[in-house]
Design a protein around this ligand. Structure first.
Ligand code: NDP
Length: 260
């Protein structure tokens, strides 16, 4: 006698865990954040695109998403400011009813060798890159704890792992994000929340376009894959972590092998 096991076939909607999720991408108006926002929307997530100054870019990301039938909203908030970050979370909840995934992506550089670095340049980078993740995460954590589900994905950097010439402020902010990721992962693991970091290497965006040509050439020559990464390659890592239930406290390197 043959026993035929009946397997319940998953519908593609069930298999796609991101369908219907509510996501905030800070700094989603340009570069890596814009691609992350679009790729998440393609998976059926409702995406809030946060920006600080680039209104037109943020609106064009929303337009792109709406053109393929996705759901998106642009929200202006300076995430270096606690009240504005709180507004971003409240606006998302009032629009979509919840927040499932927070991608802390907003970031700036103010590169200068340490002897020339002003206190203002130090504080600006620490406020936008590191204090912002306290602001957004503290505003959303109770919502995630109550719903026993959350994904927090922090876009750190290879510079936070390996250091960077003229980047003490940026490197400190990005290394700080990694410590934050691991500690918060420990505190929230039993509550259905995962906290991870993505550490991009050198990615083709406006930020890397600001690096002088000769320096960029020498950087590329040191990358085992001999090219810059693309914003979609970073977005793939974010989607992977957003889908994972059992990965927490990790740094996922997307760097062409330049730091292992
Ligand atoms: P871009 O300069 O292209 O974009 C930065 C984004 O951050 C913009 O959307 C900008 O919005 C937003 N932003 C800046 N300040 C604030 C603020 N105070 N509040 C809200 N949003 C803000 O950067 P990238 O796409 O290159 O970088 C994205 C992230 O990836 C950053 O955290 C960066 O450190 C990290 N990274 C980048 C790498 C690269 O090679 N490009 C490598 C490793 C890490 P607006 O224009 O409206 O101000």
């Amino acid at each position: 006698m043959t026993i035929i096991e009946k397997k319940r076939v998953q519908t593609s909607e069930e298999a796609n865990k991101l369908n219907g999720k509510v996501v905030i991408v800070t700094g989603g108006s340009r570069g890596i954040g814009a691609t992350i926002a679009k790729e998440l929307a393609k998976k059926g997530a409702n995406v809030v695109i946060n920006y600080n100054t680039s209104f037109e870019s943020a609106e064009s990301v929303v337009d792109d998403i709406q053109q393929f039938g996705g759901s998106a909203l642009a929200c202006k908030a300076d995430v270096a400011n606690l009240e504005e970050a709180q507004y971003l979370i409240e606006k998302t909840k009032s629009q979509f009813g919840k927040v499932d995934i927070l991608v802390n992506n907003a970031g700036i550089t103010r590169d200068r060798t340490f002897r020339k670095l002003s206190e203002e340049e130090w504080n600006e980078v620490i406020n936008v890159n590191l204090n912002s993740i306290y602001h957004t995460t503290s505003a959303v954590i109770n919502t995630m704890l109550d719903q026993k589900y959350g994904r927090i994905i922090n876009i750190s950097s290879i510079i936070g792992q390996a250091g960077g010439f003229g980047q003490t402020n940026y490197s400190a902010s990005k290394a700080g994000m990694i410590g934050f990721t691991k500690s918060l992962a420990l505190e929230t693991a039993k509550s259905g929340i995962t906290v991870n970091a993505v550490c991009p290497g050198y990615i083709e965006t406006e930020m890397s376009a600001a690096i002088p040509d000769n320096i960029l050439e020498s950087i590329v020559s040191r990358i085992p894959m001999k090219r810059l990464g693309s914003t979609s390659e970073v977005a793939e890592a974010v989607i992977f972590l957003a889908n994972s239930d059992y990965i927490t406290g990790q740094c996922l390197n997307v760097n062409g092998g330049v730091y292992m």
